[in-house]
Design a protein around this ligand. Structure first.
Ligand code: ADP
Length: 207
C-alpha cells in the first residue's frame, strides 16, 4: 500500500498558466492544493501566522482589519534581506504543514500541489511523486501578466529575474505543459496528463 495520496507538483514562472492548468485539473476531478491560497489564508484577519508576524515586525505590518498589510510587509522585506529570511522562517513551515494536511485529507484520485516557487524551495521536490511544469516563452509570460495585473514590463521582468530560469524548471520537470498555444490546446494537454496521473495513482495503490 502506498502511504499517502499520489501528489503531482505543479509549478511554472509567473504568468505561465499555472492557475489555468490547476483549474482544468480540478474540473477533471483532481484535488488542488494551492500554496499561494494557503499563504493568503494564513495572513488573513485571524490567520494562523498573524500573531507571529505581529510579534516579529510590529503593528506597522498589520492592516486595519487585522490582515497582513502586504504593501508594508513587501517594503520592509525589500529593504532588508534579514526581514525576508525571518518572514520566510515564519510562513514556510506553516505553509508546508497546512499543504501537507490538505494533501493527506484530499478525497480524489490524486492531488495537484501548486507551488509557484517549487524549484527554488528545496523540500517540495521530495513531497511530490511527479513534477509538472507549465512553460511558455518569456515574452508571452510578460504579455499575459501585464494584461492581468496592470504591472509594466520592467516590473514583470524584475519578478521573473528573481525566479528560477526557464531552463532550470524544464530540466527538473517530469512532464511539461507547453502553454504557448490556445486555451483549447492547453485543455487537451491537461486532459491527457490527467489520464496518466489517474493511472499512476491507481498503480501506486495496488503496489
Ligand atoms: P500563473 O498562475 O502561472 O501566474 P495564469 O494561469 O494566471 O498564470 O495565466 C496568466 C494569464 O494568462 C491569465 O490571465 C490567464 O487567463 C491567461 N492565459 C493563460 N493561458 C493562456 C492561453 N493559453 N491563452 C491565452 N491566455 C492565457
Amino acid at each position: 500500500m502506498s502511504s499517502g495520496p499520489f501528489v503531482v507538483g505543479l509549478t511554472g514562472g509567473i504568468g505561465s498558466g499555472k492557475s489555468a492548468v490547476a483549474d482544468r485539473f480540478a474540473t477533471l476531478g483532481a484535488a488542488v492544493v494551492d500554496t499561494d491560497r494557503i499563504a493568503h489564508a494564513l495572513t488573513a484577519p485571524e490567520g494562523a501566522a498573524m500573531p507571529a508576524l505581529r510579534a516579529a515586525f510590529g503593528e506597522g505590518i498589520v492592516a486595519a482589519d487585522g490582515a497582513l498589510n502586504r504593501a508594508a510587509m513587501r517594503a520592509l522585506a525589500f529593504e532588508d534581506a534579514s526581514v525576508r529570511k525571518r518572514l520566510e522562517a515564519i510562513l514556510h513551515p506553516l505553509i508546508r504543514d497546512e499543504s501537507a494536511r490538505q494533501c493527506a485529507v484530499a478525497v480524489a484520485p490524486y492531488v495537484v500541489l501548486v507551488v509557484p516557487l517549487l524549484i527554488e524551495s528545496g523540500t517540495y521536490r521530495e513531497r511530490v511523486q511527479r513534477l509538472c511544469v507549465v512553460d511558455c516563452p518569456e515574452a508571452l509570460q510578460v504579455e499575459r501578466v501585464m494584461c492581468r495585473s496592470g504591472l509594466d514590463e520592467r516590473q514583470v521582468r524584475a519578478i521573473m529575474a528573481a525566479q528560477a530560469t526557464r531552463a532550470a524548471r524544464l530540466a527538473a520537470a517530469d512532464d511539461v505543459v507547453d502553454n504557448a498555444g490556445s486555451l483549447e490546446a492547453l485543455q487537451a494537454r491537461v486532459a491527457a496528463l490527467h489520464g496518466e496521473y489517474v493511472q499512476c495513482a491507481a498503480r501506486g495503490r495496488v503496489l
